[in-house]
Design a protein around this ligand. Sequence first.
Ligand code: WT7
Length: 657
Amino acid sequence: MTDGDATGAAIDVFGLEDRTFPPPALLAAAANVRDLSLYEEAERDPEAFWARQARELVTWQRDFDTVLEWDLPFAKWFVGGQLNISENCLDRHVAAGRGDRVAFHWEGEPGDTRTITYAELLADVQRFANVLKGLGVEKGDRVNIYMPMIPELPVAMLACARIGAPHSVVFGGFSAESLSDRINDAEAKVLVTADGGYRRGAPANLKGSADAACASSPSIEHVVVVRRTGEAVTMLEGRDHWWHDLMGAAGPTCPPEPLDSEHLLYLLYTSGTTAKPKGIMHTTGGYLTQVAFTHKNVFDLHDGDVYWCAADIGWVTGHSYIVYGPLANGATSVLYEGTPDTPGRDRWWDIIERYKVSILYCAPTAIRTFMKWGTAEPGKHDLSSLRVLGSVGEPINPEAWMWYREHIGGDQCPIVDTWWQTETGGIMISPLPGVTTTKPGSATFPLPGIGAEVVDDAGKAVDRGSGGYLTLTRPWPGMLRGIYGDPDRYRETYWSRFPGRYFAGDGAKLDDDGYLWLLGRVDDVMNVSGHRISTTEVESALVDHQEVAEAAVVGAKDETTGQAIVAFVTVKGGVATTRELGEELRHHVAHKIGPTARPKTVIFTDDLPKTRSGKIMRRLLRDVAEGRDLGDTTTLADPAVVEEIRRRAEAAPQDES
Ligand code: WT7
């Protein structure tokens, strides 16, 4: 263990992980990227590299004149170019004779299925584009979308893109109030929703929340409602319309509108834990180029692949890697409506077996849940179709990485741990499965064309073996173009901490081989006796213990040490949560990382407080650990969880050793 104060490093780095996994030979031989020349090309001239990708992967109605106009922090990519994203995702594949290819194998939670080809998707998108026009939506008007994971959701998004109406998708799990806030910020004219969707075996109502939101969102003139569950809903005369009625009456053709490369494609609100949500702006040409490039190369997409991104379309992962990237590349995807434990805890593995999924992309929180449920569940199914596994959303701890590799990937599949954000639009740091030797828990290197550097407090690049702040050193095509209606907040939030650089808010370390290890948000760094310790590293050490399924660690105020480490731990099924186990875990962490990282308290809990996108809400755990009233809990997936944790925290032993 290093001495934190003495090194002056922004974040001290302790953990060591020395297992390495080179690309499987067969995959490497046929991979889309087989050698490092792409990195070299991009390093020599990033703009020329991106221009080549834009011209090869995207069809332009008018070619662009200028690759990049950079007026820090405002970027314009492929200026002068015109294109339509829905044409890129649909028409061009159909025109090339691939209309019969499946775009989505959709599976509803109750087990109903639909197979949607590219030709059928194009037909639906044109009709719905005409529906929107019929409701008075014009180029530039915002459309809000609040839907379950049903095929009408991508149809609505692509129809917006076809006519140049930016969409703002709000995750179906959000409350009426969250929806209303987002509609009002975007001043949307039309809301597209459904009666409901299925979750955990039962219909979950959406129209009721949509109605409540509209009551305080005066900009909404029309609401389009998909009938999914058939539950009774109230339809307001003149404002509300059934999707199937409008579609039945709409014309079948709607030509794709030529749009400027910088035309606003969508707004997506990031769920900040405290302040007002930020409407992240993504535009057309650069965004499509980056998502198509990364989807093709990070997942090594080939003809015949069946790709499944298990995120919800309500998050950026779904926008970029269920809708725009895969469709631009003509991929065949699985789209699944529901939860992983309905009707059984093997639902995912059953889906993979039946559709012969070859590429799976999901979040570490899902993987840790599956670890908790045990290896027997995936063991019931033939998962040998899998070729590439992806991870996104938070740092993946080495134990979960290894479990994913062994029990889902059968020890055969490369894992691509992809780091990016709502703001970056597409994947930024990730292995390329045919060329990168991976290390469990490391997102490895910036992709070709991407500049990323770990810096210290003074903004100076750190040496190998040190930790600090992850920054992006140059503009990239899919980057956010700003925060809707608030350019000052955009500059202040992302571009002010380190001059000339985008600061992502994440801590990272650079190991001796130059690999990047993400350490979570920097506000998740603890300071114990002057040592800056990342919550991720302690959590990783805890989960490394064979009886632990999941852990969240926070720093709570402590008179002696500044902060003391409090660990919230969920054990695997059947394990007794004894005082001895707590003691053993404290020793385990001290052994793996060093005595400074030894948790002062271990609190056992059945569940951890998570946002609806699966991120652990450490802020609430800090409140619990410091005995404070709980702050805002509205973004929690299950508010009951924190109350339970609070009861346990009060009863937990405090160790002074
Ligand atoms: C934050 C962005 C990217 C789409 C889903 C989340 C964390 C994301 C990783 C990863 C470590 C990761 C970061 C980032 N994050 N991927 N592979 N390793 N951390 O999008 O909600 O905008 O969250 O998620 O902290 O800043 P988001």
